[in-house]
Each structure stands twice: as C-alpha cells, then as structure tokens.
Design a protein around this ligand. Sequence first.
Ligand code: HXC
Length: 259
Amino acid sequence: MDYKNIIYTLENGIAKIEINRPKAFNALNTETNNEIEDVVDAITDDPEVRVLIITGNEKVFVAGADVTELADADPRGAYDNCSLAHRIFKKLEALHAPVIAAICGPTLGGGLEMALSCDFRISGESGLFGLPEITLGIIPGAGGTQRLTKLIGASRAKELVMLGNRIDAQTAKEYGLVNLLVKDEEVMAEAMKMADRLCKKPAVALKFAKECVNFGANMDLDTGLEFEKSRFSLAFNTADQKEGMKAFIEKRKPEFINK
Ligand code: HXC
C-alpha cells in the first residue's frame, strides 16, 4: 500500500509512523485511519518490530478526527467512524511491542484518543491536550471518555470531556497524562532513547508486562491477578528468564535473545 498521509519507517527494530497531513493539522480522515491500520496490521507480531513510535510534526501531533469529513455524517456513518477508530486504537493498544507517542503541539479529540492508546506519551512544551468534541455538539468517540478517565480519574477527565478544557503540557504532566515533558526539539531524541531502552528488554516478558497492565486496568483485582499469574508462569518458559536469573547470580549483565 502506498501511503499518502503517513510516513512509515522501520530501522533497528524501531518502527515509526509519522502522521503527515500538515494542511489539515494532521486531522485523521478515513484514508489516514486506513493507512495507520494497514501499518499496524503489517507489524503485529512481527518480532523484528520491538517498538513503535507515533508522531506528528514539530507544529502538531493530531488535531482530531477530520471535522470536514464528519460534519455530514448520519448516526450510522458516525457509528461506523467510531467503530473504525475503536478497532485501530485497540489494535495499537494490543500491539506486541510498546508504543510511544512523541508529541508536539495540539493533540486534540481523536489525536488525544490515539495517544491514549499508546503505552507512553512524551510531550514537548508546546503539547496541548483536549477533547473539544463537546464544543462541536458531540462527545469523544474514539475511547476518550473511557481511556482518559482510567488514566487521570473521572474528576479531571470531566474537565476535558464536559468543559472542553484544553490543558498545556505541564498540566498534562501533573495529571499523569504525559510521562515525560521535554523541550520540543528534544521530543524525538527522548522517544528514541526510550525506544532503545525498551529494545534492550526481553521481548516476551515485555509483551506480558504490557498485557497484564492493560488487562488489569479493565478487570476486577482477582481476575487481573489470575491473568498476571498466567503470564508470570509463562515467562518461565523463555530462554530469557533462564538467562536473566543466571546473569544475576553470576553478577553480570544478561544477554537476552528475545525468546
Ligand atoms: C479538519 C482541521 C482540523 C480538524 C484543524 N483543521 N483541525 N481540519 N479537521 N480536526 C484545519 C483548519 O480547518 C485549517 O484549515 C487548518 O487545519 C489550520 O487550522 P486553524 O484553526 O486555522 O489553525 P490554528 O488557529 O493554529 O488552530 C489549530 C487548532 C484548531 C488548535 C488545531 O484548528 C482546532 O482547535 N482544531 C479543531 C480540533 C477539534 O475540534 N478536534 C476534534 C475533532 S472531533 P484551512 O484550510 O482553513 O487552513 C474528533 C472526534 C474523534 O476528533 C472521534 C472519532 C470517532
């Protein structure tokens, strides 16, 4: 597939999706969503892909769903649009590899919802976060009411969802929405640094760790603990568990083979 709205690269285990619709402030139209889904499908379970970075440009991450495309939708069309976004963001969330959102500028509506389905968010000082759907006469429809609430709590989430507040990167950091706040020009370097660290972790255990945290966030404690137990046990089926513990006992650095 030739991509018109994104740039996809894969180098040294680090895949990168750069949203590239600058004229529309990187708004996600159906074509862009389809392209993102195509990449995510292609890299899912590919052991060569150790980390995925999603980014925009130095001015904007993503300004939301494309309002010009949504404006004339009927409920059926809106439902389909919502379903597409849910499907893609769930695939991102479930990706075997960790996903980092590297953010500068407005990260609004569907853009914030995409960032929320990533494992980590690194923002530059220009980061601006919000769910402005209420100002358009609608509500967030790509997971914002759910994932944001789980991440920062109902009270703060309502400031964005109901009041339509836009928060700056510093506030987003205080809310726990952003993991790391750096200068704009350092965002990609920091994302690469984090990606490099993640690449050095044992891939199977890393996948299990991600699965457990994501699963547990949506379950009662007992169900989450059972899931953790299953993944903890399965980790003992890997060469990296043997190597990791042997290396500790021998007081040396482990050499993981990601199996
Ligand atoms: C389509 C968009 C857009 C969007 C910006 N543009 N956001 N086009 N959809 N979401 C376009 C503008 O129309 C304009 O095009 C150009 O990008 C620059 O925008 P300006 O507003 O002129 O620039 P600026 O004043 O710098 O403000 C940038 C901005 C603002 C802060 C990002 O544009 C803004 O608030 N955008 C709307 C964000 C929004 O409401 N998002 C939620 C969408 S609903 P022209 O051609 O005039 O230059 C949503 C639902 C998701 O996301 C759920 C789906 C299932």
